[in-house]
Design a protein around this ligand. Structure first.
Ligand code: FAD
Length: 287
């Protein structure tokens, strides 16, 4: 099922993200974790693509196992940085060969050694090519409510975001944020430039202090004082920090739904217990 059809429904829903293992030895464990999340019956699941394309085979394998064993709509990710045109054509034929209707098209983080394949420079180049090869596939793209770390400013980033949507993107998913007001302001700004595709907020439940520092370091996401205080206070107590992080993420989701957002994507990080606790907290709210 195409994700843009799911997003057109006005009933609140939750989707989850998982990531493939770094090496094939971890594949069965990841498939088991993804399966346990799929068994919670989310509206869809996304499967990330490892840096520089190292996991491309496993991304497809995890996605197709979710789809075939649990019937949950899936969206494998694909990045430009290490992709030749032949590789993209091959990935698309694997996606379609596994009856998958969605793909998330990204640039990917630039490798430290600077070695990239130049067939596609920006995500919009990849999106344009996928759209030309497959007019019917549903294409997702990434967006950044606080601006992408490489952008000179938010206006420039939104200008290029419009180009990405015009290239053929059906919907956008945001990078994580910990302050919903940043997301609401972003929605006004993108509407102003004529971006009208659905924008799905991405929420990351932070369950350890280390996870917060790593995620923030990579993404540049700002951490509100209220959340800093929670991590300062509970960070040394794993059980308390896990519970506080899940409650914080749940509160963000409830606030989003209360403000008319019907779909939220949760960065569940291969943790079925976290996904399950969030859904339990929302059981009177999500149908
Ligand atoms: P782009 O849209 O190409 O933007 C990258 C930068 O280039 C931005 O600063 C943008 O403003 C600028 N730009 C865009 N177009 C132009 C242009 N025409 N001229 C000049 N500048 C331009 N990474 C992975 O490796 N694997 C994943 O599976 C993955 N999944 C992700 C899922 C989500 C929801 C998000 C938010 C991010 C994900 N990432 C993933 C990280 C992502 O690859 C990085 O953030 C990357 O640095 C940017 O990717 P992009 O697709 O947004 O790139």
């Amino acid at each position: 099922m195409k994700i843009n059809k799911i997003l057109a429904d006005k009933t609140p829903t939750i989707s989850f993200e998982v990531f493939p293992p770094k090496a094939e030895t971890g594949l069965e464990d990841v498939k088991a974790a993804a399966g346990a999340i799929a068994a919670l019956n989310p509206s869809f699941m996304s499967v990330t693509y490892g840096a520089a394309g190292s996991t491309s085979k496993m991304t497809i394998e995890v996605a197709s196992s979710i789809k075939s064993l649990y019937g949950v709509p899936v969206m494998p990710h694909l990045t430009c940085v290490a992709s030749t045109k032949e590789h993209v054509a091959n990935m698309l034929s694997q996606v379609r060969g596994n009856n998958i209707d969605n793909i998330m098209a990204l640039r990917g983080d630039l490798p430290k050694d600077g070695v990239v394949c130049n067939d596609y420079v920006h995500a919009s180049d990849l999106i344009r090519d996928i759209r030309a090869q497959d007019p019917d596939i549903c294409i997702g793209g990434a967006c950044y409510p606080e601006g992408h770390v490489e952008s000179a400013n938010k206006s420039e980033d939104i200008h290029f975001l419009k180009e990405k949507v015009d290239a053929g993107c059906d919907f956008l998913t945001t990078q994580m944020f910990f302050d919903n007001n940043i997301f609401y302001n972003f929605l006004y700004r993108v509407k102003d430039v004529g971006i009208n595709v659905p924008i799905v907020p991405g929420i990351m439940p932070i369950t350890t202090a280390r996870q917060l520092s790593r995620s923030v370091q990579l993404s540049g996401t700002s951490v509100p004082e209220r959340f800093k205080a929670i991590v300062d206070h509970f960070g040394d107590d794993p059980v308390a920090m896990r519970q506080a992080g899940i409650i914080y993420a749940t509160e963000q989701i409830i606030d989003l739904i209360a403000n008319g957002i019907t779909h939220v994507h949760v960065y569940s990080m291969n943790k079925p217990d976290v996904a399950s606790d969030i859904l339990y907290n929302l059981k009177g709210i999500i149908g």
